[in-house]
Design a protein around this ligand. Sequence first.
Ligand code: HDE
Length: 745
Amino acid sequence: NKPAKAVEGVVQAAAEEGADVTRADVPGAPGSTPPSVEEPTEPHDPLPSRKKQGTPETRTPTGATTGLPPAANGQQGAFLTTAQGARLRDTDHSLKAGPRGPILMQDHHFREKITHFDHERIPERVVHARGAGAHGVFTSYGAAEVTRAGFLRKGKETPVFVRFSTVLGSRGSADTVRDTRGFATKFYTDEGNFDLVGNNMPVFFIQDAIKFPDIIHAGKPHPDREIPQAQSAHDTFWDFVSLHTEAQHHAMWNMSDRGIPRSFRMMEGFGVHTFRLVNAAGETALAKFHWKPKLGVHSLTWEEAQMISGMDPDFHRRDLYDAIEAGAYPEWELGLQIVPDSPEETFANVDLLDPTKFVPEELAPVQPVGMLVLNRTPTNFFAETEQVAFHVGNLVAGIDVTNDPLLQGRLFSYVDTQLTRLAGPNFPQIPINRPHAPVNDLLRDGFHQQAVHTGVAPYRPNSLDGGNPFPAGDDENAFLDVPVTVAEAPKVRASPVSFDDHFSQVRLFWLSMSPVEREHIIRAYTFELSKCYHQEIRERQLRCLANIDPVLCAQVAAGLGLPSPEPTVPPVDVEPSPALSQLGRTWPTDGRTVGIVVDADSDLDGVDGVRSAVFAAGMVPLLVAAHGGKVGELPVQRTFATGRATEFDALLLAGAPAPAPDALPAADAGHATLVDPRVRLLVQESWRHAKAIGGWGAGVSVLEQAGVLGTPGVVTGGSGTDVLAGVQRLMAAHRVWERFPTAVT
Ligand code: HDE
C-alpha cells in the first residue's frame, strides 16, 4: 500500500487540475482496486499524476493568466530583464574596471547578451533555404468517396501554415531567380498534422532518392569559388542534367516561364508523387495533389526577373505579405487527380511511380476538393517560417504513400535533416510544428525537451500507468498502412524498365506550349548554356534537345553558334496537353498594381477618379511623380527615382513630366515637348515586358515620344476611366502577348 501522504498528494494534484479523483481511484491506496496481474487493455484517460510529478510552474505566465495576447508570452512587463527575469539598470555599458578599463569577467549580463547573440543563427535548410510563409485556413468541399481523412470531410475547416521557397539559393538570395519553387503546406488537422510538401512543377529531376545529393551538388554553387548563387546557369548543373537524362523533363519546366513566377499567389502547386487514398470502406485509389491559384498561373519575363533580383530581391515575399495585409487574401483550390488503384500502378501509359512523369489533366481531370485561403502573415519570421519543419511522412488516416522511390527516400530525409537544423529530436514541440491534435507519443527526453512528462511507464505494454497509452483502431481513426502486396522479387539496385523513357514527356510539354512560351524556353536554354564555360557540356545538352524536338534544338544551337546535332532517340508521337500552357485564358486582376504617371499639369480630378476605379477593381494604384509628397492633393507613392516598370502590371500616363533642365544634353535643352527620360524608360520597359499601357491628355505625347503609340496593347482615349477600362481588359490576359517576337510556331 502507498503511504497515506502520497495518496493525498495525488488526490490533491488531480483536484487542482479539475479532475474528480477519490482516494480509492489512486492505484496502491488503501481500499483501491488492487492492480491486476493481467496487462490492462481498456483505453482510459491517463492516471492522475503523483504530486511530486506535477508540472512545476516554470513558464512566464501565459495569455490565459495575464490577459495578454499569447504572442506576448515570455516578453512581458514594463522593465528590461535578464533571461532569468532580474530587472536591469543598464544594458548599454559593460561592467569595466573604471571607464577606461577592461571588461570584468563577472559581467554576467554582458556574457548572457553576447552569448545568446552568438548563437542566434541556425543552419539554413540545405535546399529551399530562401522562403516566405503565411497562415491560413483550408475549407473542404468533401472527398469522402476516396478518403477517410477528416480534414477532407465536407465543410470541415482546418488551420494551415504554408511556406513557399526557391530551391537552390541561400537564405538571403533573391526571390525572382530562375528555379523551381517549393509549396509546402502543413494542415493542423484534428487527426494529426498532414504535410503536403510540394513544388510548383509536377515532375522532379530524379527518379530515385539516392540521387538527391548528386542533383543538388550539381545545382548549388561551384565548390571552389562558391558562385553562382541561386541559379542553374552554370557548368555543373548542365554537366549533370545532360549526362543524367531523366533530369531533362524537370530541366525544361525550369527553362519555361514556370521557372520565374510573377508571384507566389500565381503559382500552381503539385504533390508530385502518387499517393494512395483509403476511404471508410477500406477501398483505395491512387491520387495526385494539385493546388490551383485563383488568380491563374503567371510569370515574369526574364528581363524583369533579372532586374528585380537587383532592385527588390524580396519581391515575392513582399508581394505575399502586402497582399495579405491589404486583405487581398491569396486563394488556391486543392484538387485531386484520381485514378484506379491497380497492381501495375500505371495510368494511360504513365508509370505512376515515376516522379519524372505527370498525368495530363485531359486524361484525368483535376477534381476540386477544397479551398485554401492565406489570411495572416507570421508574427515572427524565425519562430514560424524558419522553424517550421515539414515532413512527407506527416500523414493522416486516409492518405498513404506509394512505392515511388523518390517519395520513399523523402520519408527518411525530412526528419533526419531537422536533427541538425533544429538541433535535436524535439522539433515537433516548437510552437509552429505542434499538432493541434492531442499527442501521447511515449517519446521522451532529448535536447530542448519542452514537456514535463508525468507517469512512470513511457513504454508499452505497461501496467504501472494503467496500460496507457492505448493503440487505436479503425473506429478511433487510426492511421492505416494499406496492406498492398509487395511482389516477391530479388533484392536489387535497379529501376523498372518504364523509367528508361526520359524524353517523351519532355516533348509533350514542349509541344503543349504556345509559340511565345516556346520562344521563352529557347531563350532560357540559350542563356543558361551560354553561361557554361565548357564547350562539351553545351554540345552534350544540344544532343539531349535533339531527342526532344528538332526545332528547339536548332534554335538553341543557332543561339550558341553551334551545329544542331541529330537525335540519338528519335522524338516520339505524343498528344499535347493544352492545360499546360499559361496563355489563352483570362484571369481576375485582383491585387495587380497600376502605375499612374502624373505631374502638376495633369487633370488631377480625372486621376483621382482613375485611382478610385483601380481600387474598386481590387487593384493597387501607385502614383508616380517627379518628387515625393503630393501632386495637388494627391499623395505620391513612387518617384521617377524609385519606381521602375517591374513593379507595375500596367502603366497609365496622365501627364508628360518635363525633364529637369540639367538632365538633358545641351542640344535638347529648352525643347518644350520633351518628357523626362526616366518616364520614357518606364514606358519602354513596360512595353518590352508586354504590359498594358494607357494614356490620355498630355500622356499621349509620352507614348508618341517613346515610340509606342499605335502598337498592340497601347490604349488611348478621351478620359482616364475609358483608358483604364481598355487596360483592364488587356490585363486579364496577363500580358500583351503579340509584343513578343516568335521565331517558332
Ligand atoms: Fe525536398 N527536402 N527532398 N523535395 N523539399 C527538403 O527538408 C529531399 C523533393 C521540398 O519549406 C529538406 O526541412 C530529398 C521533391 C520542399 O521547409 C530535405 C528529396 C519535392 C521543401 C529535403 C527531395 C520537394 C523541401 C531540406 C529526394 C516536391 C521545403 C529542409 C528524394 C514534391 C520545405 C527540410 C520547407 C525541403 C529532402 C525531393 C519539396 C533535405 C532527399 C520531389 C517544398 O529534407
